[in-house]
Write a protein that binds this ligand. Structure first.
Ligand code: KIV
Ligand code: ZN
Length: 560
């Protein structure tokens, strides 16, 4: 104990933010090409920076921090190519970062020469730890650093009137700086720059290292906004990092507290545990019915491109985009999803509400460019629901309920034995192996006649002891066959049967399910054939064959 201390809380008894809602998208600024890039094991080369820049533009970002040109030649060259090659769309503003050091600010302006529009982002650390331990400055010295370099930025902007300039200032380590001191520095910066409601300055309040719960950040933001002398001369920007894993919450509460703008990265790459993830923030708006003002309609290729550029994987459970986030393995989740989707489809078909209210799926996978294929996958945690769903969806086999229960035990046994996911193909194979037994009883040919309201059958069956000629009568071909078999000494009865078709047109075939009682015990069989009657007879013999197998295994007498 004694090594760490609790974080401070803000004296703000009449805080307003808890009662606020986010009602529109903030101004988004991507810092992937600067903060994100600075955190990579292998920083992006020119080709990767290009690809990332184009990706950001295609998603609709209007403010893009493209680098730290005074610190990196790659960033400097990239900026020159963007400007000289006229590669920046008219509605996109480039942003570059510079520390409060005169030669580096001058170099930054060199890199920006000829730009149509640019945000110059100046920062210096303001927290006591940095003042005392790193910079060796008192409060006045620290404020002077910000003010003098703001004056230099202002002068250089005035010397280059061909560019439409915006100035941004960050009191780095805002969240661990005394609030009154952050305010004092920022007011001095605004005054020095000559900020006004017509000439607004972006004040970026970074959680350089996230050190407190998100409500504390919100309090700091609200306190800061409320104490600004003229709120309208600043655009309040947030730059949350994610050290405590609550960067998203901090950004959202900070917006509720009055911020206008968010700096972050795609999928949250960034120093240490990352910058705030703009995709998640934007999707959180989308699922409340708020236009996120970014095009996130096809997220998988976006994720792949980001993985390529950053050379880092996005987690399979990453919100909204990870490979597994639309997949349910648990049986009870699968049942609920199936019902929810069916009810949503029914509602759309009947002109009812389009409201998305599907259990366990906060967003329709289609809205982010995914499909329903991966929604239900089967492993040892899944029940009959998922198995039936995949058989029906992928293989056109709609199982009757009792058969679904029976077959789920077959799949469960495979899942428990292998400990692996059971794919739709494996389920299909297991189904055919289990129910379409060709032996020992196999239908060779049959003749069916209808006489006096009764059906008569004469069937040739291949059995374990050779051919069997079976003839019988009944109210349909199935009961005629079963009567015939009973006449040969088999203790069987029909409990139930179902049939439906799978496939369409010339490829259509009938699938029949017959449930027999054999030696007193229920057993299912399945038949597939282009002819419905034949499919039913095959299903009866499949059931007989399975009963015979059980008979062999368990010694139950099938023949009387
Ligand atoms: O995290 C941070 O404080 C920064 C500043 C330079 C804005 O990236
Ligand atoms: Zn940062």
């Amino acid at each position: 104990m004694g090594k760490y201390r609790p974080f401070d809380i803000v004296a703000l008894d009449d805080r307003q933010w808890p009662g606020k809602r986010i009602e529109r998208a903030p101004i988004w600024a991507s810092v992937d090409l600067r903060d994100g890039n600075q955190s990579l094991i292998d920083p992006m080369d020119g080709e990767r920076k290009w690809r990332f820049f184009e990706l950001l533009v295609s998603l609709g970002f209007k403010q893009i921090e493209v680098g730290f040109p005074s610190a990196s030649q790659t960033d400097f060259d990239f900026l020159r190519e963007l400007i000289e090659g006229q590669r920046v769309p008219n509605d996109v503003t480039l942003q570059v970062l510079t520390p409060a050091r005169a030669p580096l600010i001058r170099r930054t302006f060199e890199a920006l020469s000829g730009a149509k529009r640019a945000i110059v982002h100046l920062y210096n650390a303001t927290s006591p730890l940095f003042r005392e331990t790193v910079l060796g400055l008192d409060r006045d010295g620290c404020k002077r650093l910000a003010v003098e370099h703001t004056a230099l930025v202002r002068r250089l902007m005035e010397e280059h009137p061909g560019t439409d300039w915006t100035f941004q200032y960050s009191p780095e380590h805002f969240t661990t700086t005394e609030l009154d001191f952050s305010l004092e520095v920022c007011e001095a910066v605004l005054d020095t720059f000559g900020a006004s409601p017509e000439r607004r300055v972006i004040l970026n309040l970074p959680a350089t290292v996230e050190v407190a719960t998100a409500n504390v950040y919100a309090d700091q933001v609200e306190w800061f906004c409320r104490h600004l002398r003229v709120r309208e001369r600043a655009i309040i920007s947030l730059h949350p990092h994610n050290d405590r894993g609550t960067g998203i919450a901090a950004a959202e509460l900070g917006l509720m507290a009055g911020a206008d703008r968010i700096e972050g990265t795609l999928f949250g790459n960034g120093e240490r545990t990352g910058n705030v993830d703009i995709v998640t923030l934007a999707m959180n708006l989308f699922i409340q019915g708020i236009d996120p003002e970014l095009d996130l309609s096809n997220l998988t290729p976006v994720m792949r491109e980001v993985e390529h550029c950053n050379q880092l994987p996005v987690h399979p459970r990453h919100p909204y985009v990870g490979d597994l986030v639309f997949t349910a393995f648990s049986g009870s989740h699968q049942d609920a999803i199936k019902k929810g989707m069916a009810s949503h489809r029914a509602s759309l078909a009947s002109g009812g509400t389009p409201l998305w209210d599907v259990p366990y799926l906060p967003v329709d996978p289609l809205d982010v460019g995914r499909n329903y294929e991966a929604v239900i996958r089967v492993n040892s945690q899944s029940g009959k629901g998922g198995i039936s769903y995949l058989l029906e969806q992928d293989h056109g086999i709609a199982l009757p309920r009792r058969l679904a229960i029976e077959f789920s035990q077959v799949v469960q046994e495979i899942a428990d034995r292998t400990g692996r996911e059971i794919t739709s193909q494996m389920i299909h194979r297991a189904f055919l192996d289990e129910y379409r037994l060709d032996a020992p009883y196999r239908l060779l040919r049959q003749r069916i006649e209808e006489r006096d309201g009764e059906v008569a059958i004469a069937a040739e069956i291949e059995g374990p002891q050779g051919g069997l000629s079976v003839s019988g009568r009944g109210n349909g071909p199935l009961s005629a066959l079963v009567h015939g078999l009973r006449g040969q000494g088999f203790d069987i009865d029909v409990i139930d049967y179902h049939e439906n078709s799978r496939g369409q047109g010339a490829d259509a075939e009938a699938i029949a399910f017959v449930e027999l009682r054999a030696a007193g015990r229920p057993v299912f069989g399945v038949g597939l054939h282009v002819n419905t009657t034949t499919a039913t007879l095959i299903a009866a013999l499949s059931a007989l064959s399975r009963a015979m197998r059980q008979d062999e295994v368990e010694g139950v007498a099938l023949s009387v």
